[in-house]
Design a protein around this ligand. Structure first.
Ligand code: KE4
Length: 427
């Protein structure tokens, strides 16, 4: 079933660290060898052994329209014959910036970069430059890319300064980052009372999706908005996943909270490398070439990526698929509710192998990752490709037809039953 993938994986390990270019792809948390992909189309992937899969990873979020969408492919082709990169401004960047700003009004000015990591790293530097303060707050279990100051875990006490969450990061960097529990409003208030004048910004995933999907509890984001305004700090929403995923205006539109800065990525590239950060004009204009906060990128605003992103946003604006995706996703997961903890919003969800509700990182870590690993491989053998980690979000796309979801939902229920005989069927 996986002969050619196995061969490619051993060749890959000769040249690529761990055989991959991003760790989660190596299947370390579910065991076994990664499948190597030959092509994608709509809701499906095919691996190099010809196995077909219904794909619920969607390249980790960008492909809300499905793989290889014809009109996006056409726009990439049309741009490719004009050239792939100029390192000079193009009209495409203006069109893309206008689409983003019209969709997310809190983004009065925007800067395009080439990844979500770059977007979050740059937004933090901008916040520090604009406020002349050094400390930032992030939340345990939230991921904002791999820049040094954000690969930090909580120090000993809740509001003590962070410690590195990876080797190679100087303690001095992590000491500027405070890590608080997600959904813990009082910890945020206590922290500001203790060191509010030193805090440049809070960065938060308004809907967490990197510990599995975890929804913000009532009042949490409102508290972050209030306490940052009270103390002159900035509120940064990392919408790399939720931007254009949970609504055309992202989580901030859905939840009615306006941040000072927003990070974007994934969907806005339509499958090509694009990230972005943007916000209030008077904050953004601290950025070079207007202001003293330096930021740059060879491929920022790359024309091919802009062409793919523009077409993606135009399609989403035309289709406005969000209520349909929410309906389909809710129907898709409803029969599993008795067998696992399911957190879902819009077209993203996580099935936690846990007895109790999952509302923050510590409750997420109680999930049975061994059972998840068995679940993952049983699905893979049935042609269903779920995220190879319990702590990642699964996605459906506009290409996941109801008939497909119904068929797959039944297979998943049977798989859950085989792993957990206690599963009653909710007809
Ligand atoms: P990238 O640098 O991977 O484009 O974006 C970093 C990032 C920033 N913010 C959020 C909320 C994110 O989810 C991410 C990246 N997400 C992971 C999956 N959860 C990317 C997959 C991977 O690391 O291979």
């Amino acid at each position: 079933m996986f002969k050619n993938s196995k061969k490619l994986f051993s060749r890959a390990q000769k040249y690529l660290v761990g055989g991959v270019n991003s760790p989660v792809r190596a299947f370390k948390s579910v065991g076994g060898n990664p499948i190597f992909i030959h092509k994608g189309k709509g809701a499906y992937l095919w691996d190099v052994d010809g196995n077909k899969y219904a794909d619920f990873v969607g390249s980790w979020g960008p492909l809300i329209l499905g793989h290889n969408h014809p009109s996006i492919l056409l726009k990439i082709r049309q741009q490719a014959v004009l050239g792939s990169s100029y390192g000079a401004p193009t009209e495409l960047e203006i069109e893309m910036a206008k689409l983003v700003s019209e969709a997310i009004p809190s983004i009065e000015k925007v800067r395009f970069v080439s990844s979500g990591t770059e977007a979050a790293m740059s937004a933090i530097r901008l916040a520090r430059g604009a406020t002349k303060r050094d400390k930032i707050i992030k939340f345990s279990g939230c991921y904002h890319g791999h820049s040094d100051g954000l690969l930090v875990k909580a120090g000993s006490g809740a509001t003590t300064l962070g410690v590195p969450d990876s080797s190679g990061i100087p303690k001095a960097y992590s000491a500027q980052t405070i890590v608080l529990p997600y959904n813990d409003s009082s910890a945020a208030i206590r922290c500001f009372k203790k060191m509010g004048e030193e805090i440049a910004a809070i960065i938060v995933e308004p809907i967490a999706a990197n510990m599995g999907v975890i929804l913000p509890q009532k009042g949490f984001l409102e508290t972050l908005r209030h306490v940052t305004q009270q103390w002159g700090a900035l509120l940064i929403f990392d919408e790399v996943i939720t931007g254009f995923r949970v609504s055309y205006g992202g989580a901030q539109k859905l939840l009615g909270i306006k941040p000072d800065l927003t990070c974007l990525g994934k969907i806005i590239g339509g499958g090509l490398p694009v990230g972005a950060f943007g916000g209030k004009k008077e904050i953004m204009e601290h950025l070079s070439p207007l202001g003293p906060v330096y930021q740059a990128g060879t491929l920022s605003g790359n024309p091919l990526a802009m062409a793919a992103g523009i077409e993606t946003l135009k399609q989403l604006k035309k289709l406005n698929p969000y209520s349909e995706l929410e309906k389909r996703c809710k129907k898709f997961i409803q029969s599993w509710i008795s067998a696992a903890q399911i957190n879902q919003i819009g077209s993203l969800f996580t099935l936690f192998f846990s007895e109790q509700p999952v509302t923050d990182y510590s409750s997420a870590l109680k999930a049975n990752t061994k059972l998840y690993a068995q679940f993952f491989h049983k699905l893979l053998e049935q042609g269903i490709y779920f995220p190879p980690s319990q702590f990642e979000a699964a996605f459906i796309s506009c290409a996941h037809e109801e008939s497909l979801l119904e068929k797959i939902s039944y297979k998943i229920l049977n798989t859950l039953r085989s792993l957990n005989p206690r599963t009653e069927v909710l007809e």
